[in-house]
Ligand binder design. Sequence first.
Ligand code: SAH
Ligand code: SF4
Ligand code: F3S
Length: 475
Amino acid sequence: MPARRAGGGLAGGDGLNDKPIENLPMMPQRPAAPAGAPTVYIETYGCQMNVYDSAAIAALLGRAGLARGDDPLTADIVLINTCSVRDHAEHKVLSRVGELRRDREEAGRRPAVMGILGCMAERLGEALTGERQRIDVVVGVDRYESLPGILTAALAGSGGAGSAVVTGHRDDAHYVAPPQLYPQNGSHLVTIHKGCDYRCTYCIVPYTRGPQREKAPAAILDEVRAVVAAGGQEVTLLGQNVTAYRWRGELDFAGLLTQVARVDGLARIRFLTGHPRDMHERLMDVIGAEPKVCPGLHVPGQCGSDRVLARMKRRYTRAEYLHMVAYARRVVPDVTISGDIIVGFPGETEEDFAQTLSLVREVGYDNLFCYTYSERPGAPAVRLGDDVPADTKKRRLAEVMALQDEVWQAIAAAQVGQTWSAVAEEPARRTEGAWRLRTLNNRKILAPLAAGVPGRTYRVRVDGFRNTSFFGTAV
Ligand code: SAH
Ligand code: SF4
Ligand code: F3S
């Protein structure tokens, strides 16, 4: 079942699974590569961790003398950075590989060296090199430094060489992406750790990304300073579980936020993804008090039933989750809440689902990513059986999304007439003269700007809204 979303706001969770995240802009068009250097095209799926990794990979390959290719039809090497979080995400990639192969054949081009990176590479490894997929290069999430050598060998032996598979987790590799050139949400990504130690029973991430391993605070601060030096003003601190960040018992996520906020020239800090259990009061006090930390919180609740939350091993109860939301609303000015919901988890009854609906009503999410449960081979919930029928899952998904739309309409209508500060991101594609702006708490608004400057803050009055986006007038 496809990932679906309702509501508006920053792409939290991984609602991006269905379509590739644009080919990365940060590998120079003409790097200092020799004339005729092999070209590499990278397509990215999944969460922002993959976006960041692809940026690091592009930089690594650029340093190794490869040139960026914008066209999968002509590039010598095609790399796909993949996601395993739901079955659908994996299928999408496999059919994309087939499509790329066919397109090249039809255009009379020779086959590219085809590589699968990321979570699918880690999960499926060798299996991707079989008769059916015929992938040349499979490199897992902690092994990208081996890419230049493997790709050079694959190019040299084009056609005849066997496949290369390099997977397995290691502690020492932390990738560093150069400041990215203004990606979609206008925020430079800075990964602060990899992996996850929480084993929510439905989730494959702890197995594909491995255990949680922190990047050193000094390295994180260096990256943030590099973003500022490159002209960036905003960072998104990134990880599957950023709120569990802990450096050697000395520094937790609240401490890290405080240190990052001290970087001169940095205007805004966002973070993804926070776990409700670690959104404790002291952390929210810091978020509320530190003006650079944006008050848009992505805190996936997953469901509203304590029985199901326990079976998911989410480590919080419905009451604790609601307390966290209420506390955030008290101490974080202008806070907005977004989240993720899974419907159809094994054993979910109509009563459990009714609890999810009431949670959605009670929280009042700005933005909600809704998914049907997808059984992941290797994840603990496999033992529970995938017993909610597909049509029931589909109906519950439709119901929760319809409810979110209704809740959102009321939230959005209450904003009309307000005046917001919002950061200009880019000119709107379809409306002449209009710009896309984003508020600190992640609301999107379209407004005409005479001479818009990306990254600059404007005052805009909200005139109305359509679906997930507001429109307004600069004042
Ligand atoms: N680390 C984050 C999110 C991880 S994956 C967190 O803990 O919240 C992003 C979202 O995908 C999850 O929040 C969850 O809603 C969804 N998801 C993860 N595994 C899934 C599965 N097996 N089936 C359906 N949705 C899933
Ligand atoms: Fe997956 Fe849970 Fe870790 Fe999030 S916290 S990545 S849902 S195991
Ligand atoms: Fe997908 Fe891996 Fe991210 S499974 S959500 S790309 S960590």
